[in-house]
Design a protein around this ligand. Structure first.
Ligand code: GSH
Length: 201
């Protein structure tokens, strides 16, 4: 399998953590792609019409969107599943993944707005609106993270990628300030080998 990724992408990080946690990393060849919403990468465009990373080229064709790729990888190993079987736990895990992905979308779009969009075209109200989503999402995570302690499934992996991305791109945001539960939880998981091996750069 071939994974289109880069070291800064929090969505690609989700996939790389899943690959490590499930013991599948050796079966994946990584191809670095410096994506930009305004300059499509040619090779990637042939695999993923959305020209986004992560994308995973497999025998079934190329899969894209981190949630789809992570669930595909989870179907290939015999260990404890990272996506729970149908039932309440599964809905909770999928919802937490969606919450984390939503925070990441808002944070990544803000990054594009502030670093790619030419200065005269930037719109501060739009950036403020995206950060309301980031902060509201983190507050929701703070309320529920007491229940996360015992597992590192797809929801928790996504949450870990959110917190790692904010430390990487928005260190001044200070997400820990009013979120002691998340801070404690993150301190416990940040040294996992899969987290250390995929630190954003
Ligand atoms: N929903 C997608 C989001 C992927 C995404 O936005 N990736 C960014 C990099 S972090 C990207 O490829 N951006 C290029 C673009 O928007 O054209 C997922 O979960 O995989």
């Amino acid at each position: 399998m071939k994974l289109w990724f880069n070291l800064a992408s929090p969505f690609a990080r989700k996939v790389r953590i899943v690959a490590l946690e499930t013991g599948l990393a050796d079966r994946i060849e990584e191809v670095s792609a410096m994506v930009s919403p305004v300059k499509p990468v040619e090779g990637l465009a042939r695999e993923n019409p959305l020209v986004k990373i992560p994308a995973l080229t497999t025998d079934l064709g190329t899969l894209y969107d981190s949630a789809v790729i992570c669930e595909y990888l989870d179907s290939l190993h015999g260990g404890t599943p990272l996506f729970p079987p149908p039932g309440k736990d599964r809905w909770q895990a999928l919802r937490l993944q969606a919450l984390g992905d939503g925070i990441l979308e808002a944070a990544v779009l803000t990054r594009y707005e502030t670093f790619i969009r030419p200065q005269p075209l930037r719109w501060n109200d739009w950036i403020t609106g995206q950060f309301i989503k980031v902060r509201g999402g983190l507050d929701a995570m703070e309320k529920e993270c007491g229940g996360w302690a015992t597992r590192f499934g797809i929801g928790e992996i996504t949450a870990a990628c959110v917190l790692g991305y904010l430390d990487f791109r928005y260190p001044d945001e200070g997400w820990r300030k009013s979120r002691p539960g998340l801070e404690r939880w993150y301190a416990k998981i940040v040294d996992r080998p899969s987290m250390k091996a995929t630190q954003p750069q």
